[in-house]
Every structure is written in structure tokens, then in C-alpha cells.
Write a protein of this length. Structure first.
Length: 149
């Protein structure tokens, strides 16, 4: 009985090695060109935007639009400056931000000015559930676009 289990493991190891070699050969013969096309396909560019992160510790778990923030919403929803909200970006729109591999859903708008009196225009504020990581992110400038589906 032990010898049949050893034979199965040996066959499985050979099969895994074969799969690895076959996959490596296919990748060599048919290379995939990684470009930035996925970022611009079916999207309207917004240009460079200011990107920050916020947490539920700053203002509670319920957003101004009434959405309850869950830990699973981290890096999936965002708030935008009112200059965009009034013009072209309604609640529920998907925004792609450079450096993120998935779109963010707009669920809220920001105040016209922040607590320091700074105008919040061309701004995307991404929800994050970890205060330390949100503070370490700081303020960054990145390219953004709106999904047009």
C-alpha cells in the first residue's frame, strides 16, 4: 500500500515538472507585451489628480451619501472633489487611478475646502481601513481616468 502512494507522488512530481516546462516554453514562444493600453482603453482621461487616503476613524463609518464603510471596501471606493461631481462624474462612476489594478467606485464628494482652508479640486480620496498605511501614503499626484461603459 505504501509503494502505490510513493508511485502516485512520483507521477505527480513528474506531471508538475512537465506542466512547468510546457508553460515556460509557451511563455517564451508567445510573449505578452505589457503596455499601458488597459489603462486608457474605454476611458476618458482626467489628467493628473491629487490622490490621498482616508479612514473611517476620521469621520465615522457612514459616508455623506449614506454608504456604510466596511473593511472589505478598502481600496475600492473613493470620494472626489466637488468640482468634478457638479460637472461630469456622478455617484457610482468607476475611476481608474494609476498604480491600482482595479477601478474605484465614487460613492461620496468632498467638502469644498479642507480643515486647513485648502481648496479640494482635482482630488481623489481613497478609503483605506488602516490609519498608519493611509498616513504613510501621504499626498501623491497620479494619472486618472473615468470608465465609459
Amino acid at each position: 500500500m505504501k509503494t502505490s502512494a510513493k508511485k502516485k507522488r512520483k507521477v505527480k512530481k513528474k506531471f508538475n515538472k512537465f506542466k512547468f516546462i510546457l508553460l515556460s516554453l509557451l511563455c517564451f514562444l508567445f510573449p505578452i507585451k505589457l503596455t499601458n493600453q488597459t489603462f486608457t482603453k474605454n476611458r476618458i482621461p482626467l489628467g493628473r489628480v491629487r490622490v490621498t487616503k482616508y479612514t473611517h476613524f476620521e469621520g465615522g463609518r457612514t459616508t455623506a451619501s449614506g454608504h456604510y464603510l466596511k473593511d472589505t471596501d478598502s481600496h475600492k471606493i473613493c470620494a472626489i472633489g466637488r468640482d468634478w461631481w457638479k460637472k461630469d462624474i456622478p455617484i457610482g462612476t468607476k475611476i481608474w487611478v494609476e498604480g491600482f489594478s482595479y477601478p474605484l467606485t465614487v460613492l461620496d464628494t468632498m467638502a469644498i475646502k479642507n480643515h486647513k482652508g485648502l481648496l479640494q479640486t482635482r482630488w481623489v480620496d481613497i478609503y483605506h481601513n488602516n490609519v498608519k498605511e493611509a498616513l504613510n501614503f501621504g499626498i501623491q499626484w497620479r494619472e486618472a481616468s473615468i470608465e465609459t461603459n
